[in-house]
Design a protein around this ligand. Structure first.
Ligand code: 5GP
Ligand code: MG
Length: 476
């Protein structure tokens, strides 16, 4: 429900935080285009501005000034399939007996219903059906009974699933990463403060230095005076469940996630793609922009006779095709977005490289476009394995019925998109390029087995469900 999003939190020594937050939201814009928001605290009260739309549309010059204070958090939200819902724009903020809370969430809980029912029975009123509000209420409740660190720990022991959070508790900025580290989150140092953000590209944008990733199960508390931070390893978990798709598609190539520069991972995946299924065509070309780093690795590994060229021009003003609600619109959008460069493809055998196939719309349209532009053969190579199952962890991909690979063999897909040949990358190549064991990755969308306990789905590990209704105190 809260999809793949971008979160940030900043504490500064002696200047207003709104503008740096605004810049960092720009740096995280690729993680969400539906809404953008900032919550700050000036030492006395909270200020908030949350609007629908891109960062540039959600904020006007005059909106930043009222966001007073040197501590704050921000959020960009990814559109949910179908519904455009102002109620779910973030940061979510609430006031309660002992102060104010603001919350930015990237990820998705899998036991929202359970906790909401329990809290509702205790008299908590909910304004949305999102899981972020559930986390806020659960945390607010625990803050009435325990100090900050204990309250966060209790909350972490009850919520189950994927969450990278930045939290504003009065004027203190906190960051929390779920015990499996499903979504990215990192800490950065500025000249006069500290930042926590979904991706290191946001830290770069502020002219800061990446310190390190927030560890799975870790809480980071920034000093409100911007002079440092403290960390607490609140939950230990055996295996991690890092989302491999962050590295394949979602994150910016210039970000470092869990110690790996995304661009280099994608190039390595491209080289592996050549090793596994390279084909000597006249030309190899990326599907811009997401196929670029893969294609450059692939072309580097290929013999020199395979020419690396740009054969598809992208109209940068067209939004992501994924948000088009109907299939017809999606097909039209691919033609709006990408146009072949005739001289690169005419009379040639070509290979196009993309990061992934979800519904098959993009590759289907591209194969047609390239044939129309005179290509003799069109081969398709994909830098990820077949996506066979939905993502419950925050990437709003599609349902099983929409996924072209859910019930088709690679040969059947090749026939359907009318490609002369089609190959995907193996799961092992992904694990190897990331330098992680398969057991430390979330591979749910490519295996159909999830690292979490999801109703109606298989799990690939021993999962311990948090105990609902645990007596307070038993968990700290
Ligand atoms: P398809 O056209 O097969 O449905 O989607 C594949 C294309 O969408 C690829 O070019 C890939 O880069 C992109 N893509 C993959 N996953 C996502 C996603 O979660 N959101 C968006 N907007 N695009 C995606
Ligand atoms: Mg793409």
């Amino acid at each position: 429900m809260d999809e793949k999003c971008g979160v940030v939190g900043i504490s500064l020594t002696d200047r207003d935080v709104a503008r740096p937050l605004y810049y960092s939201l720009y740096a995280l814009q690729h993680r969400g285009q539906e809404s953008a928001g900032i919550v700050t605290h000036d030492g006395f009260q909270q200020h908030s501005h949350v609007e629908m739309g891109l960062v540039g549309d959600a904020f006007e010059e005059g909106d930043l000034e009222p966001l007073a204070g040197s501590n704050g958090i921000g959020h960009v939200r990814y559109p949910t399939a179908g519904s455009v819902d102002t109620c779910c724009a973030q940061p979510f903020s609430v006031s309660f007996k002992s102060g104010s809370l603001g919350l930015s969430h990237n990820g998705n809980l899998v036991n929202t219903e359970e906790i909401r029912d329990e809290l509702a029975a205790m008299g908590h009123a909910f304004t949305s059906d999102g899981d972020t509000e559930v986390i806020a209420h659960e945390l607010a409740r625990n803050l009435l009974e325990a100090d900050l660190v204990r309250a966060v720990k209790r909350t972490m022991n009850r919520i189950h699933g994927s969450y990278s959070l930045t939290i504003m508790h009065d004027e203190t900025v906190l960051a929390v990463r779920d015990p499996q580290g499903n979504r990215p989150l990192c800490i950065g140092e500025l000249g006069d403060g500290y930042v926590v953000a979904s991706e290191s590209a946001a830290i770069d944008t502020l002219g800061g230095d990446l310190v390190r990733d927030v560890r799975p199960g870790e809480l980071v508390v920034l000093d409100p005076d911007g002079t440092g931070y403290e960390t607490y390893q609140l939950v230990e978990s055996g295996n991690t469940a890092h989302c491999f798709f962050e590295h394949v598609y979602f994150a910016r190539p210039d970000s470092v996630i869990d110690g790996e520069l995304v661009y280099e991972v994608r190039r390595e995946l491209g080289r592996a793609l050549w090793a596994e299924s390279g084909i000597e065509t006249d030309v190899v070309m990326p599907v811009p922009d997401s196929g670029r780093s893969f294609a450059s690795g692939y072309a580097e590994a290929a013999p020199e006779s395979v020419e690396f060229a740009e054969g598809l021009m992208k109209n940068r003003y067209v939004g992501r095709t994924f948000i088009m609600p109907t299939q017809d619109e999606r097909e039209q959008a691919v033609r709006l977005k990408l146009n072949p460069i005739r001289s690169t493809v005419e009379g040639k055998s070509v290979t196009i490289i993309d990061d992934s196939i979800v519904r098959g719309t993009t590759s289907n349209q591209l194969v047609k476009l390239l044939h129309d532009a005179g290509a003799e053969e069109v081969h398709v190579r994909i830098g990820a394995p077949q996506i066979v199952a939905p993502c419950y962890m925050g990437i709003d991909m599609a349902s099983r019925e929409e996924l072209i690979a859910a019930d088709r063999s690679v040969e059947e897909i090749a026939a359907e998109i009318e490609a002369d040949s089609l190959s995907y990358l193996s799961i092992d190549a992904i694990a190897e390029a990331l330098g992680k064991a398969r057991a430390d990755l979330c591979l749910g969308c490519v295996t159909g087995e999830y690292p979490y306990d999801i109703e109606g789905e298989q799990t690939d590990r021993e999962v311990s469900r948090p105990v609902i209704g645990q007596p307070s105190g038993a968990d700290d």
